[in-house]
Design a protein around this ligand. Structure first.
Ligand SMILES: N[C@@H](CCC(=O)N[C@@H](CSS)C(=O)NCC(=O)O)C(=O)O
Ligand SMILES: [Fe+2]
Length: 291
């Protein structure tokens, strides 16, 4: 009876044929009464709470993430790792979707691109910048391990994951009835898909990175979705379980990992001398002063 009542509620929402027409034949009655079948409809028809978009900036191969709580009247939203070059695209999207951007957050002080945080703050008054205290960078809010950044009923919890830089954090969606399942982890450059961030500048340390990933990311539920700051190979998303099995660097023991990182011999990012000083102040010095 309870299951039928919940189907009636769904039918009333207009998403499914009415209860009567379903009974008449749109769906066999047996499937209506099978608890699994009805539960599946209830799950897929519940209004989505989380709005999630993965956005890409081609020059630096950077992902920016937009998250919002759609069931809150204000539709509060956060942007993770916005890039200066794509700020107008991101702001247009936020406006088109009717969201209220409240935080522009960084996973770390980026070395390869200038953050869009400063430009966004200038273009949307009221938006607050967020970065870790350990990064020593300037922002409206400096967060520490365990801090929760709320947008509506949803939140991102900061997990300190140093090693690529001293101040790297991974933002993880919360657990609980309101929070998205599976969880999502925005790993910055700590963990890339089938890779990881380099450890040869900005206080980088391969041992720290190894311990960060193993203690803070690989301990999350295996179905946790991994969303990194960059991808250079065409990947968009992975899972904790997948990286624990197939990451060519982090599946090795710590000593082997250290050797791999020492042998990378990557060129310094082209923009490092511009990007790091700019990002230490959340990109603000690039913002034209208002008349
Ligand atoms: N060629 C790019 C920089 C590429 C690079 O160094 N990427 C970083 C992340 S941005 S700090 C990295 O950690 N890469 C790891 C790897 O294994 O590639 C440029 O010039 O901007
Ligand atoms: Fe980085």
């Amino acid at each position: 009876m309870l299951l039928l009542r919940s189907y009636r509620r769904l039918a009333a929402s207009g998403l499914f044929p009415s209860y009567k027409s379903a009974i008449k034949g749109a769906l066999p009655l047996a499937s209506l009464l099978r608890p699994g079948a009805v539960a599946a409809y209830a799950t897929s028809a519940s209004p989505p709470k989380l709005l999630f978009r993965q956005l890409f900036e081609h020059e630096s191969s950077t992902y920016t993430y937009l998250l919002a709580d759609l069931t809150h009247p204000d539709k509060p939203a956060v942007l993770v790792d916005p890039v200066d070059k794509t700020v107008d695209r991101d702001i247009t999207l936020v406006k088109e979707l009717g969201l209220k951007l409240i935080y522009a957050m960084n996973t770390h002080v980026h070395a390869d691109h200038v953050t869009g945080t400063g430009l966004i703050k200038n273009k949307i008054p009221g938006v607050k910048s967020v970065i870790s205290k350990a990064s020593n960078a300037k922002a409206d809010y400096v967060i520490e391990h365990g801090d929760k950044i709320y947008f509506g009923d949803l939140f991102l919890e900061a997990h300190a994951t140093p090693g690529h830089t001293v101040g790297c954090v991974t933002y993880v969606t919360g657990d609980g009835p309101d929070q998205p399942h599976p969880r999502m982890a925005f790993t910055g450059d700590a963990l890339l898909i089938r890779g990881c961030g380099r450890t040869d500048f900005q206080g980088g340390c391969s041992r720290k990175l190894y311990q960060s990933v193993h203690s803070q990311i690989f301990t999350l539920p295996k179905d946790t979705l991994i969303y990194p700051s960059h991808d250079y190979k065409g990947f968009t998303v992975s899972t904790v379980g997948e990286e624990m099995l197939y990451n060519p660097r982090l599946t090795k023991d710590e000593e082997t990992f250290k050797g791999i990182m020492e042998d990378l011999k990557l060129d310094y990012p082209t923009l490092i001398d511009v990007a790091v000083p700019a990002n230490m102040v959340c990109g603000l010095q690039d913002v034209p002063t208002k008349a």
